[in-house]
Design a protein around this ligand. Sequence first.
Ligand SMILES: NC(=O)c1ccc[n+]([C@@H]2O[C@H](COP(=O)([O-])OP(=O)(O)OC[C@H]3O[C@@H](n4cnc5c(N)ncnc54)[C@H](O)[C@@H]3O)[C@@H](O)[C@H]2O)c1
Length: 317
Amino acid sequence: MHLRKRVLVTGGAGFLCSYLCERLIREGCEVICCDNFYTGSKRNLTNMLSSPYFELIRHDITFPLYLEVDEIYNLACPASPIHYQNDPVQTTKVNVHGSINMLGLAKRVKARILQASTSEVYGDPTVHPQTEDYWGNVNCIGRRSCYDEGKRCAETLFFDYHRQHQLNIRVVRIFNTYGPRMHPRDGRVVSNFIVQALTDCDITVFGDGSQTRSFCFVDDMVEGIFRMMNNSEGFIGPVNLGNPREFTILELAEQVIRFTGSRSKIVFKPLPEDDPTQRRPNIELAIQKLGWRPTIELEDGLGRTIDYFKKAIANFL
Ligand SMILES: NC(=O)c1ccc[n+]([C@@H]2O[C@H](COP(=O)([O-])OP(=O)(O)OC[C@H]3O[C@@H](n4cnc5c(N)ncnc54)[C@H](O)[C@@H]3O)[C@@H](O)[C@H]2O)c1
C-alpha cells in the first residue's frame, strides 16, 4: 500500500529536474526519476541515490513506459541549443512521441501531468514582454525549430488530451533558468560566461551584446513548477515562469567578469540563426494564480553558481 504520493519525473537527472526531484522528496513524495542520460548525469542525483524514496530508471521516453504513479512531471528534453541541435530529429521525437507516451500513461493511471514548456514557444517575439496569450513568432524550418516547434506541438497534445480525455494537465512556460549543476559545456550563456571567466578565456558575446535575456535562479523556478502542479483551483495554464528583470548580454558578461575577478576579455562573434533579440516574461498570471514571483536576485544567484563552477570545473575540463 502506498501512503506517499508516487511521482514520476522524466528527465530527472538533468539540471533543473534534479532540483525538482530533491524538492519532491522533501515534500514527502516517492520519486521515480526516468532519464536516458542524454544530457543528464548521475552526479546531479548523488544527494538522492541512497534515499529509500528515490528510484532511478534508465529509459528513453520516446518508448512507452508502464508504471503506477499519481503525478508526472514531464521535463525530459535537452534544453540547450548545442544539445538539442545535435540530434534535431530526436529532439522533435522526445517532445512529440515522448509527450504522447507520457500522456498515454497519465490517461491510463489517471495521473495529473505537468509539461515543462518554454519561452521558445514565443520564438523571436514581436510582443514585449511576452504574455501567455501571445501566439509567438516561430520559424518552422530553422535550426531551433526542432525544439521550438516540438515544444509547441507538446502543448497542443497536452491541451487535446485535456479536451478529448479530460486529463488533468498543467503547462508551464519556463524562461532562462540558471544555477549550480548547469552543464559547463552546454553553450548556455550563464554557464558559458562563468566557465570562460574562471579559465581566463575570452568571453564570447554573440552580436553586439545588446540582445536581452532575463535569468531566473533554479530554486525560484522549482518553487513555481511545484506550485503550478499543486494549485487546487484547477488552473492548467499555460503560465509563464521566469524572472522579469531584464539584462543585456553585455551587462551579464561584465557582471560575471566583476564577480569572478577574471582577466578575460569580451570578444564579439556573429549572432546565431533566429537568436531572439528580446526575452522577458510577463508573470502577472503566475503572481495572480500561484502567488509566485522570483525572490533571488541575479547578484546572489550568480555568486552561488560561480561558487559551484569553481569546485565542479575540474571534473569537466
Ligand atoms: N533550463 C532552462 O533555462 C529551461 C528553459 C526553458 C525550458 N526548459 C525545459 O525544462 C526541462 C529541463 O531543462 P534542464 O535545463 O534541466 O535541461 P537538461 O538538458 O539539463 O535536462 C534534460 C534531461 O532530460 C533527459 N532526456 C533527454 N531526452 C530524454 C529522453 N528521450 N528520455 C529520457 N530522458 C531524456 C536528459 O538526459 C536530461 O537529464 C526541459 O524540458 C527544458 O526544455 C528549461
